[in-house]
Design a protein around this ligand. Structure first.
Ligand code: NAD
Length: 248
């Protein structure tokens, strides 16, 4: 059974990693996908080619999620191209890790802008459509680091914790209009973002995971599929971990 037939889904930062995994799984369930990328045109085009097997509409847009103006323009263009929006997935994110002692102001500001302000930008830009439709599912990708904290990632943890407070507030504000807002908190998921870590750190993460493996983009995508679909129509304001039991 296809769960997302005729639904239009926006995903930010889907040219690789978790975003790409989400795009592929949702398209396999019939969703039309509008996704953004920041720099890599080639990866974006590769994904569009890969998606052609699903017989859905798929379009890539170069757009900086940290920019309020870009986000408005992007969403206006999606409405023009696809007609409507049913699901918003805020996935774009970066890290600029350092101990506080060595973290400079730009490292902090940039991570907050790309990870947290982007969520504000995109929810602002899509809310009129959701209100008009009296329907919408907003899925914000946080991290277990936003729940637990992590030494060397105070900027990232603050941005990801901010997403949780923002999402719960939006769930309260927009619930009466049938607009849902939930958070997905991945644990250690093996992507280009985590490929930057050295093997010793990776082994350390994995040894602390009850299921004794890193997650895959598909593990995260399957939860996004559920939250995008009507199967989750009574679920809002939640933070759901995809972490192999790491925070248990
Ligand atoms: P990644 O670095 O592989 O991919 C990030 C994506 O975001 C890329 O497509 C990139 O182009 C895009 N992006 C970055 N800055 C952008 C901007 N300003 N505007 C638009 N797009 C932008 O990372 P990933 O591992 O796939 O992570 C995806 C999300 O999941 C992030 O929000 C990350 O914080 C979160 N997350 C990842 C892990 C993990 O272990 N990989 C764990 C928890 C949470």
């Amino acid at each position: 059974m296809k769960l997302l037939e005729n639904k239009t889904v926006i995903i930010t930062g889907a040219s690789r990693g978790i975003g790409k995994g989400i795009a592929l799984v949702l398209a396999s369930h019939g969703a039309n996908i509008a996704f953004t990328y920041s720099k890599s045109v080639d990866s974006a085009n590769d994904l569009i080619k890969e998606m052609s097997k699903f017989d859905v509409n798929c379009k890539a847009y170069q757009s900086d999620a940290a920019s309020f103006e870009d986000s408005q323009k992007f969403v206006d263009q999606v409405i023009e191209d696809f007609g409507t929006i049913d699901v918003l997935i805020n996935n774009a994110g970066i890290t600029k890790d350092n101990l506080l002692m060595r973290m400079n102001e730009d490292d902090f500001d940039k991570v907050i802008e790309v990870n947290l302000k982007s969520v504000f930008n995109m929810v602002k830009a899509t809310q009129r459509t959701f209100l008009k439709n009296r329907s919408g599912s907003i899925i914000n990708i946080s991290s277990i680091v936003g729940i637990k904290g992590n030494a060397g990632q105070s900027n990232y943890a603050a941005s990801k914790a901010g997403i949780i407070g923002f999402s719960k507030s939006i769930a309260l504000e927009l619930g009466s209009r049938n607009i849902r807002s939930n958070v997905v908190a991945p644990g250690f998921i093996q992507t280009e973002m985590t490929d930057k870590l050295n093997q010793e750190v990776v082994n350390q993460w994995i040894s602390g995971i009850p299921l004794k493996r890193g997650g895959t983009p598909t593990d995260v995508a399957n939860l996004c599929l559920f939250l995008s679909s009507d199967l989750s129509s009574f679920i809002t304001g939640q933070v759901i971990n995809v972490d192999g039991g790491m925070l248990t």
